[in-house]
Design a protein around this ligand. Structure first.
Ligand SMILES: [Zn+2]
Length: 430
């Protein structure tokens, strides 16, 4: 069975290709790309793309799928359905589940549940320390053997530098990155928003950008010391971008991600006391946002990652200080990224690079390419398709989006995983 996606704008950062053409899929793999000729065989089915963008499926390095233990927020089935709807073909799920994914048994359980119920590929991030307590290392070799692609205590923080050093040393030995949620919990204190005029006006407890930057500086130093691969999660402060840029120039093995909400919003958004603007790290100033955008454009920040963090309505429908941190993001990230394209900050090819090719490479996972022979993990994008973000329109079990009520532009119309249709927005392509 040969399926041809014809007349698409092919965007393949791995090869630098950005041209009109077609792509053939045979047996779940890319069989030809570019201008199909007779030698490629007669297709059994032709999907007319009419100039829409065809790109390698998006890859998210930071997803909270909440299974096992918090299925009332999200589970692997609903979370990966949201991922497919957002154009993602691979997501990496964080370890702060219940029980915590700090043992091979939990890692294997998540992978089995993914095989049974996931719409897209799921890769597992395991805890760096037992119970995410930041004290005793998890059995990292066993976890890697069971399939963990990276280690992280995200949802919590490794405050003890000696523990972080040992985690980095072991991770280096087994060839896995360590993902750091950089927030000094003492400096953060009871802060729930960024320290500044908006926090003062609202009377909300706040913490400065330094709560992040002192930990970024520490972890970059430890990465330099150990030679390990450090991945900095959800960078939010301008100074962090500078530190990472300098470390990269000095040869430190570091990659970093930024979230769609930090790229689009600022701390001004907290003025309505909307708990869907509450996340860790918090939204910061316009100056921070500009630095994040510049860092993403020049490659200091390698990728956009969602930090998709579902919470139930009743959990968020409380006073600002009492609400949990985090927002969902899988179904709005592509549109958020396209805003940067429309502002000429990123080319279309660079956007796909930051959302697919680079994240796939950062964790050595494969994917992020349209090369012949690769699995047909693909997304067909209408960059102009407008939609209003509404709870009823979201596949995720939780609706805590920072963009609720906002009109966004750009959607995945089709998502294929290994050639299998994982998501279709409309019945027919017009
Ligand atoms: Zn985090």
């Amino acid at each position: 069975m040969r399926v041809r996606i014809a007349n698409a704008r092919l965007l393949d950062p791995a090869s630098g290709r950005d041209e009109q053409g077609s792509l053939d899929v045979v047996d779940g793999r890319i069989a030809s790309v570019g201008n199909a000729d007779a030698a490629d065989g007669v297709p059994d089915q032709v999907i007319e793309a009419n100039g829409l963008w065809l790109a390698p499926g998006l890859v998210d390095l930071h997803t909270h799928l909440r299974e096992p233990g918090q299925e009332y927020k999200e589970d692997i089935e609903t979370g990966t359905r949201a991922a497919a709807a957002g154009g993602y073909t691979l997501v990496c799920c964080m370890a702060n589940t219940d029980p915590v994914n700090d043992s091979p048994a939990v890692t294997e359980y998540i992978q089995r549940r993914a095989r049974e119920s996931a719409s897209v590929r799921v890769r597992v991030i395991a805890a760096a320390t037992q119970g995410l307590r930041g004290e005793i290392m998890s059995e990292m070799a066993g976890l890697a053997g069971a399939g963990a692609v990276a280690f992280s205590d995200d949802g919590s923080v490794i405050m003890d530098a000696a523990v972080m050093r040992r985690v980095l040393e072991y991770a280096r030995g087994i060839g896995r990155p360590v993902i750091a949620h950089c927030e000094d919990l003492n400096l953060r204190g009871s802060g729930v928003v960024h320290e500044g005029a908006h926090a003062s006006c609202c009377g909300l407890p706040s913490s400065p950008g330094e709560a992040e930057t002192v930990m970024v500086a520490r972890d970059l130093e430890l990465a330099r010391l150990t030679g390990a691969h450090l991945h900095v999660a959800h960078v939010s402060a301008a100074r962090s971008v500078e530190l990472i840029r300098d470390a990269k120039a000095a040869g430190v093995r570091v990659t970093a991600e930024v979230t769609p909400h930090h790229l689009l919003l600022t701390d001004e958004a907290i003025r309505g006391y909307d708990t869907n603007k509450k996340m860790a790290p918090p939204l910061r100033t316009a100056r921070d946002r500009e630095a994040l955008r510049a860092g993403l454009a020049d490659g200091t920040l390698d990728c956009i990652a969602t930090d998709h963090a579902p919470h139930a309505h009743y959990e968020k429908d409380v006073e600002f200080t009492a609400a949990p941190f985090g927002v969902v993001g899988l179904e709005t990230a592509l549109a958020a990224g396209l805003e940067l394209v429309r502002e000429d900050l990123l080319s279309p090819l660079a956007l796909i690079d930051r959302m697919s090719t680079r994240p796939a490479r950062a964790f050595g996972m494969g994917g992020g390419t349209l090369e012949v022979g690769a699995p047909a993990d693909l997304v067909l994008i209408d960059p102009e398709r407008a939609f209003k973000v509404e709870p009823t329109g979201l596949e995720s079990r939780s609706k805590n989006s920072a963009f609720l009520g906002r009109e966004l532009r750009g959607r995945a119309l089709r998502t294929w995983v290994g050639g299998r249709l994982a998501f279709a927005l409309d019945e027919e392509l017009s």
